[in-house]
Design a protein around this ligand. Structure first.
Ligand code: CUA
Length: 340
C-alpha cells in the first residue's frame, strides 16, 4: 500500500520497510481526515455565525451527551489502533532473529568502520549477503560524539553512542548499493559522513569474504550524488590478513591477565567465569537483576566497581578503561559469546 502518495518514500529494501510505510500512511490519512473534520466546520461556523447587527447571541448550551460520547470514543479507538499497530511493527523491526549474522559498526568523526567475524574491517562500505538476517552492534569511538546509522531504503536508524552498544537488524532481498547516512549532526563533515550497504548475492559475498574479485552491484533507490559515487566499480580486492575475532579476543584476555581471575570453563576463580555468562541474568549485590549483554560486559571491563555482582562484593577488579579500543572490545565480547 502506498496510500496514494507513492514515490515520496524510498524503495522498500526490507520486509519491515513495507510495514513502517503502511503505518506511516495510516497516520498521515488519520491526520488529513481529522484536520478536515475539525478545521473545515470551524471555518464554516466562523463565517456563518459571525456577529452581525440584528442577530442575537444563542442561549448558553451546557453540554450534549451524544456529541461528547462520539468525540471521546472515536479518538480513543483510533489511538488504540495506532498503539497496537505501532507496537506490532516496532516488535517486527527490533526482535533480532537468533540466527542473524553479526557485524559490528564503529562510528567516528567522520567515517564508519565495519568489523566482521573474521576480524576484517571495511570503511564506509558494509558488505552483506542478501536474504540473510544481519545484526548490527553499533557504537562510537571513545571520546567521539554521537552519530546515527541510517539506511533509508531499509527504514533503519539508530544512534551510535560512545561507550555504549546499540542494536539494529535488517534482512534485504535487494542486491545493490544502498545509501547509508549519518543522521545526527556531528560536526564539520557530518554531511560527508555517508557510506553504502553493499548487498551481494550469497555466492558473491562468499567470494568477497575470501578476497576474490567481485562485480560491484548497481546503486539502488535514492539518487547517489557525485561525492557518494566515489567507489570504483572495479572488482574489490581484499587481501587483508584475517585475524579471527574470537581468537583475537581470547588472546587479549590472556595478554591483559583477565584469565588469571576469570575462567572460561565454569570453574570458580577470584572472579566469575566467562562460561555461560552472555545473555544470562546476573544478580547484583543490591538484589537487582541485569542482563549480561554487550553493554554489561563493557561496563565490567571499563568500570568494574560501578555495580557489584552478588557474591563478589569487596573484590577490587581494576578498571581497564582506555586499555582496549572499540575493535578490541568487540573481539573480547565475541570471545565471551562463544563460551555459552
Ligand atoms: Cu556522524 Cu553526523
Amino acid at each position: 500500500m502506498t496510500g496514494g502518495l507513492g514515490g515520496t518514500l524510498p524503495i522498500q529494501g526490507t520486509g519491515f520497510a513495507g510495514s513502517w510505510d503502511d503505518l506511516y500512511y495510516f497516520l498521515f490519512w488519520v491526520c488529513v481526515v481529522f484536520f478536515a473534520i475539525v478545521i473545515i466546520p470551524m471555518l464554516v461556523f466562523v463565517i456563518k455565525y459571525r456577529e452581525r447587527p440584528g442577530i442575537k447571541p444563542a442561549s448558553h448550551i451546557s453540554h450534549n451527551i451524544v456529541l461528547e460520547f462520539v468525540w471521546t470514543v472515536i479518538p480513543t479507538i483510533v489511538s488504540i489502533v495506532i498503539f497496537a499497530w505501532g507496537w506490532a511493527v516496532y516488535k517486527e523491526s527490533t526482535m533480532v532473529p537468533a540466527n542473524a549474522m553479526e557485524i559490528r559498526v564503529i562510528a567516528k568523526s567522520w567515517a564508519w568502520t565495519f568489523q566482521y567475524d573474521d576480524g576484517r574491517t571495511t570503511t564506509n562500505e558494509l558488505f552483506v549477503p542478501v536474504n540473510t538476517p544481519i545484526r548490527l552492534t553499533i557504537t562510537s569511538e571513545k571520546n567521539d560524539v554521537l552519530h546515527s546509522f541510517y539506511v533509508p531504503n531499509f527504514r533503519i536508524k539508530k544512534d551510535a553512542v560512545p561507550g555504549m552498544f546499540s542494536t539494529l537488524w535488517f534482512n534485504t532481498p535487494i542486491v545493490g548499493q544502498h545509501i547509508l547516512f549519518c543522521a545526527e549532526y556531528c560536526g564539520a563533515d557530518h554531511s560527508n559522513m555517508t557510506g553504502k550497504v553493499i548487498a551481494l548475492k550469497p555466492e558473491d559475498f562468499e567470494k568477497w569474504k575470501w578476497g576474490a574479485a567481485i562485480e560491484m552491484p548497481p546503486p539502488i533507490g535514492l539518487p547517489f550524488v557525485d561525492r557518494m559515487a566515489t567507489t570504483s566499480t572495479a572488482p574489490v580486492d581484499v587481501k587483508t590478513a584475517k585475524v579471527d575475532l574470537v581468537k583475537h579476543g581470547q588472546k587479549l584476555a590472556s595478554q591483559l591477565g583477565c584469565d588469571s581471575c576469570h575462567s572460561d570453563n565454569g570453574s570458580k576463580m577470584i572472579g566469575p567465569s566467562y562460561k555461560g555468562l552472555f545473555g544470562r541474568k546476573v544478580e547484583l549485590a543490591d538484589g537487582s537483576i541485569v542482563l549480561a549483554d554487550e553493554n554489561w560486559i563493557r561496563e565490567k571491563i571499563e568500570t568494574p566497581q560501578k555495580r557489584t555482582v552478588k557474591g563478589y562484593e569487596g573484590l577490587l577488579m581494576p578498571s581497564y578503561l582506555g586499555q582496549l579500543n572499540e575493535q578490541e572490545l568487540n573481539a573480547m565480547i565475541a570471545y565471551i559469546k562463544t563460551l555459552n
